[in-house]
Design a protein around this ligand. Sequence first.
Ligand SMILES: O=C(O)CCC(=O)N[C@@H](CCC(=O)O)C(=O)O
Ligand SMILES: [Zn+2]
Length: 347
Amino acid sequence: MLQAQIKNQNFLQFTLDNPKAISEPFAFELGKHTQVEVWDTGVIVFTPKDCDQIAAKDIVLSSAVHGNETAPIELCNTLISQLLKQTLIAKHRIMFLIGNPPAIHNGTRFIEENLNRLFSGAHSEGEGLTNGERVRAKKLEQYVDRFFAGGNADSERLHYDLHTAIRGSKHEKFAIYPFRQGKAYSAKQIMFLAASGIDTVLFHHEPTTTFSYFSSNNYQAHAFTIELGKVMPMGQNDMTRFIALKEMLTRLMTAQALDCDEFDASKVNLYQVNRAINKQTEHFEFTFANNVENFTAFPKGYILAKDGDMDIKVEAATESIVFPNANVPVGQRTVLCLIPADPSNID
Ligand SMILES: O=C(O)CCC(=O)N[C@@H](CCC(=O)O)C(=O)O
Ligand SMILES: [Zn+2]
């Protein structure tokens, strides 16, 4: 019955019809080749039965960690539908997560609290599990844990957490590479992203409470937050802009040759996060306009923002800004300041 619903409607529709929970987890088979399990609302796992001859990969694709970031939701739902209709046959274990279904209904980034600030246990700090996002962050952590624990010990773990940005960007598609605690960055992953049309990577400088850092730090997954352009309402995304990404994800899921180029720093834009500027007071404001694009560079000494009595100035020769957002709670990130990255730690 539930199985028929997700096959006939589609998994996104089923998720939106059951935004808070499903009555019970369920499972079914596709032909003789794939086991499908629905663990919770927005949580579906495809397990191929014949994946043991090839180097195993365990793949997590998450979308809607921010409810109004619709292009990744549409892209993932298309891939899920193709798997359910068996026009694509998975050759690796894949878990799709639709992060925050109530916020999709609401058409907003979140309902009460930014889900992507609540991982690595932040959901239970302070006031504890007091809202839907906190409860969901804890559950999403458990699903990632269960999924990776269920794979082969030596399988390659991947987690692409798909987003779109609030404002336009000089580099339309880009990835945030979570802090690596001194470990090298993966050249192979950077070139996979480039082949997917994501030609810009930011190396984060510190641990964060994001979903991608959680998977990277706890499960040694190749994990990234990926920004796929500017936020648009559901149904209004130009899906032709994601042809390369869809093709590479399809090849990945179906164990086809990826045919990525050898690493070449001149083929990608690499930035290092120099610093995150956190909001200190309720009187924080940027000096630049709302339509200034991500990756705009400012010269040393330029006053980027005022926070109460404090001027926040550019510290390096130039700093490029990304994700400026004054409308966050005190203590949270208002903007990341970037400098060119040194590619020597890419292996
Ligand atoms: O455009 C914006 O201001 C925000 C877009 C977005 O949701 N970005 C992620 C980045 C997470 C990371 O740093 O890995 C976020 O803010 O959660
Ligand atoms: Zn987002």
